[in-house]
Design a binder for this molecule. Structure first.
Ligand code: SF4
Length: 356
């Protein structure tokens, strides 16, 4: 199927499901199907970022290449045209990622992925582009090498990450694959965010997406008091967020909508508060973890495991309805990051057209 037709059928499917999500939410039912699909394919990672807890988790058995292909195929049959984000850990510790993406592309499934970029060689960049990947987000936390390396815990990483980006930029020429930078906003890098946007522009990278620093999976309500990464000068971070809103208007390289930066301001001011708006992840998100567990939110118990059941069988099950009721009263601390933040459909489609 031609890429444009594929994208159009995805947008129509998004529209159909999003129109019914309000009703699904009200009734705690799975009347609509998920519109955000994420595979967390490995917990393994080659680095140890301060803000991340995934590498601290014990090893979890991973689905094999063939099992992931079956997941992709079965979901295509149930969901219709969909888009999946592949993530980890560091996704490229698995050697089969280009093969899995190629399988998805051949089955009319749109793909994107998130990586720290440090394992991307020239050959891997070529393979990724040939696989038909739609977008790749590479984590860069500082314009200065020492900032990035300090946050990510290993000297020399910034050099490897930017080399990975260069290989990708080179391989992706004329392919339509979008390359973006992903940055977590925190105290050590807050004075480099504006320069990062300018760097993205200068390098010809498609865009940059910001995520607010948030609690890790242990969800300690006092998390922000215990980390040196959280802000002690709120006035200053608000000023910088205002600069990003302004830059968003001028440069067009920033993927976040301005409202999300406004949300971040409220959140940084009172990180101890629970999410202010209703959480829709029980309706919108389908997250499959490396061992085949089926989740909506990663922080909530699984609905089942793909070795024993299917997504279709559990999506509107008794267990799923109970979970959705529980989510309405969720007391876990979480941030308005991109896993949770819900754009309106138009801005989602526009973002897709521009950034893949
Ligand atoms: S932790 Fe709770 S509020 Fe946050 S995304 Fe999950 S279900 Fe929603």
């Amino acid at each position: 199927m031609h890429k444009r037709n594929k994208s159009l059928s995805w947008a129509v499917n998004q529209f159909k499901n999003r129109s019914l999500q309000g009703l699904s939410y009200k009734l705690d039912r799975g009347i609509s199907k998920p519109t955000r699909v994420i595979f967390c394919m490995t917990l393994r990672c080659n680095i140890k970022c301060q803000q991340c807890a995934i590498w601290r988790l014990p090893y979890e058995e991973e689905l094999t290449t063939e099992q992931w292909k079956k997941v992709i195929y079965d979901l295509r049959k149930w969901l219709g045209p969909y888009r999946v984000q592949l993530a980890g850990g560091e996704i490229f510790v698995r050697k089969d990622i280009p093969e899995i993406i190629k399988f998805a592309t051949d089955n009319d499934v749109l793909t994107g992925l998130v990586s720290n970029g440090t394992m991307i060689t020239k050959k891997l960049a070529d393979d990724i582009v040939k696989s038909g990947l739609g977008y790749i987000h590479i984590s860069v936390d500082g314009i200065k090498a020492e900032t990035h390396d300090h946050i990510r815990g290993i000297p020399g990483l910034h050099k490897k990450t930017t080399a990975g980006i260069d290989y990708l930029l080179d391989a992706a020429k004329g392919s339509g694959m979008s390359i973006c930078v992903a940055t977590v906003i925190m105290k050590p890098n807050m004075h480099e965010l504006v320069d990062l946007v300018n760097w993205v522009e200068k390098k010809g990278i498609n865009g940059i997406i910001f995520n607010p620093l948030g609690p890790t999976i242990d969800s300690d309500p006092d998390w922000y008091k215990k980390t040196p990464l959280f802000f002690d000068d709120l006035k200053e971070i608000n000023r910088i967020l205002d600069q990003l809103i302004e830059l968003k208007r001028k440069s067009g390289k920033i993927l976040n909508p301005p409202e999300q930066f406004e949300e971040m301001k409220k959140y940084f001011e009172k990180p101890q508060l629970l999410m202010r708006d209703k959480c829709m992840v029980g309706i919108t998100n389908l997250s499959i973890t490396c061992n085949g567990d089926i989740h909506t939110c990663f922080k909530m118990p699984p609905l089942g495991n793909l070795k024993e059941t299917t997504v279709e069988a559990v999506w509107d099950s008794e267990k799923a309805r109970d979970l959705r009721k529980k989510i309405k009263n969720c007391t876990i601390h979480c941030s308005p990051g991109n896993f949770v933040y819900r754009r309106n459909l138009l801005s989602e489609v526009l973002r897709y057209i521009k950034y893949g």
